[in-house]
Design a protein around this ligand. Structure first.
Ligand code: HEM
Length: 333
């Protein structure tokens, strides 16, 4: 009898412990915040974890320079770096994905990023963190997680419609994002960047306006020609920036596109019309690649909610989720 019972009991025990493990896995996932799950999926997509690197925008380069405010900036905000005095800046340009060795011409390296840290007196600072596209795919962290999960679930042999096709059909803003052209820029300094999330700006008279950053290269937007893409070196963007800054400077105009009455200020998928007023904040001038740039890059943690008086977040759910996501990534770097 026991000859039969023993394997049966063992079998039952295996089944019970397997379903317990599954239940624990489900519980662990439930216990994880949405942003932590996003960082997990970003890491998976990048074939990570890649120790020492960011979970997203892993490949980048740091430059230093100065920001000089324009006279118009103070009409929008009383923020300390947007009055008369120039500030020193640290800027990081980056490629999308958590793949530290991604080739600069890869379509997956788009969108590019720009992160700007303005140094203020008394060791204070404030950041702008922007992308090279004028829209985000989705308006909530939950939808962003679902978008990334649909990407992971889609295999070369997935039956049609694939999980990502289904997601894009159900989410027109994500479809519009995916359809954006993805040209490789001739230089990080020949690329426009967009803040996407709106902020509330308050001036000395306590007047408030909502707006989004736009960062426009003074050297113009230039994409690589098809023939240049083929021969481009994997790291041509950082090499080009280093050469450019040895020979001179790279400058950008930073401005804020103001929301009109009725523009959606809490939805980064909503593109506001081009006719909206732009307030010039000033000129960002990059001068050098610092000698300790790699060390600096590893240590620095940009955060769009490192703010100062005169600038406050909107209620955009994507914006409000970003600091927690970046903190998870920083803690794992
Ligand atoms: C819920 C939405 C988002 C999530 C979960 C997310 C997640 C991340 C993570 C995990 C990192 C790495 C952080 C680090 O280790 O320092 C990162 C970096 C970055 N993200 Fe996001 N992101 C989101 C939305 C955005 C948006 C809306 C923008 C721009 C408008 C943006 C621009 C960037 C840039 C430029 C970097 C590189 C920062 C650097 O240079 O250190 N992200 N993001």
């Amino acid at each position: 009898m026991s000859k039969f019972i023993t394997p049966l009991v063992i079998g039952l025990l295996v089944l019970v412990s397997a379903s317990k493990a599954q239940a624990e896995d489900v519980q662990a996932k439930e216990a994880k915040s949405v942003v932590e799950q996003i960082v997990d999926v970003q890491t998976k997509i990048a074939g990570g974890p890649h120790k020492g690197f960011r979970a997203n925008h892993a490949k980048g380069i740091v430059a230093t320079g100065v920001f000089t405010p324009a006279a118009s900036a103070a009409s929008l905000t009383n923020a300390a770096h947007l009055q008369k005095t120039p500030s020193e800046v640290i800027v990081r340009f980056s490629n999308a994905t958590g793949i530290p060795t991604i080739a600069d011409v890869s379509p997956k390296a788009n969108p590019r990023g720009i992160s700007i840290r303005f140094k203020l007196p008394d060791n204070q600072f404030t950041d702008i963190v922007s992308l090279s596209v004028n829209r985000f795919p989705v308006a909530t962290p939950e939808a962003f997680l679902a978008f990334l999960q649909a990407n992971v679930a889609t295999k070369a042999d997935s039956p049609k419609p694939t999980p990502i096709e289904q997601f894009l059909e159900a989410n027109p803003s994500a479809k519009a994002f995916v359809k954006l052209p993805k040209p490789a820029p001739a230089s990080y300094a020949n690329q426009s960047y967009f803040g996407l999330n709106a902020f509330k700006f308050t001036n000395a008279k306590a007047e408030t306006r909502y707006g989004r950053y736009q960062i426009t290269p003074l050297a113009g937007n230039i994409a690589l020609e098809e023939s240049q893409v083929v021969g481009a070196a994997p790291n041509y963007l950082s090499e080009e920036l280093a050469t450019r800054l040895k020979q001179g400077e790279a400058s950008f105009r930073i401005s804020v596109q103001l929301a009109n009455e009725g523009d959606n200020i809490n939805d980064p998928t909503a593109v506001w019309p081009d006719d909206r007023t732009q307030v010039e904040l000033g000129t960002l001038t990059l001068k050098a690649i610092p000698a300790d740039g790699k060390n600096l890059e590893q240590k620095i943690a940009f955060n769009p909610l490192n703010l100062v008086d005169g600038i406050a977040p909107s209620e955009d759910k994507i914006l409000l989720a970003r600091p927690a996501a970046y903190a998870v990534s920083v803690s794992r770097r």
